[in-house]
Design a protein around this ligand. Structure first.
Ligand code: ADP
Length: 214
């Protein structure tokens, strides 16, 4: 049955620090037929060439903020806002309402038994309010650094700088309803995802058996 505003799907928020394995975990949920709403993808969509937001950014920072193909030069933008809090605030006040609107639309139109909402900043922003339950992908900071550095060809200090903008491991874990411990193999991660999937399916079935009377 497709979800409607009155029959909103169960939303599982999935988060974790950079390199913890969010994308890997999302991929396993997707293979089980679960719709994924990914905050990183939505954040890119709202500034696609032709979008109003990209036009506003080009007017504010000047056309040098665009690459030759007309798309946003994310590396340059990241460097600007990293050292200029005022510019970061301006950008966030433009993009956050657009991103949140689109996230809500995607979550409400999910058609799988439940939906996974993956976001690196789920707990740092009001995005967690869109979720019914939170699963944290966890590993040691050292493993995070090694994985993220290898994946993105970054130096250790660059990964550490991003980690410093995210909440710390203890606080993240304290806010988790469920934890995917990702310090072993990808197969071990997939096994844990399958177990949670079965729990979430059961929870989703139960809540659709007892529709809310509002
Ligand atoms: P995130 O989305 O949290 O930043 P990713 O899922 O992209 O993290 O994982 C970071 C990198 O580590 C990726 O290249 C991914 O393939 C790899 N990775 C994730 N989990 C494991 C694991 N259990 N074993 C080996 N490599 C892993």
């Amino acid at each position: 049955m497709p979800a409607t505003a009155a029959n909103k799907p169960l939303v599982i928020g999935l988060t974790g620090g950079i390199g913890s394995g969010k994308s890997a975990a999302s991929e396993y949920f997707a293979r089980l037929g679960i719709d994924i709403v990914d905050a990183d993808i939505v954040a890119r969509e709202v500034v696609e060439p032709g979008s109003d937001a990209l036009l506003s950014i080009a007017q504010y920072f000047g056309p040098k903020i665009l690459l030759a193909d007309g798309s946003l030069d994310r590396v340059q933008l990241r460097n600007i806002i990293f050292s200029a809090p005022k510019e970061k605030t301006w950008l966030e006040s433009l993009l956050h309402p657009l991103i949140n609107q689109r996230l809500r639309e995607q979550l409400i139109s999910a058609t799988s038994a439940y939906v996974v909402f993956s976001s690196p900043l789920l707990l740092e922003t009001p995005q967690h309010q869109l979720t019914d339950r939170i699963v944290v992908v966890d590993c040691t900071p050292e493993i995070q650094i090694q994985r993220a550095a290898a994946r993105d060809n970054m130096k250790r200090y660059q990964v550490e700088a991003i980690m410093a903008t995210q909440i710390n491991r203890a606080e993240r874990l304290s806010r988790a309803d469920d934890i995917l411990m990702n310090q072993g193999s990808l197969q071990e991660l997939a096994t844990q995802v399958l177990k949670l999937h079965q729990q979430y399916l059961a929870a989703a079935t139960k809540s659709s058996d007892n529709p809310r009377h509002d």
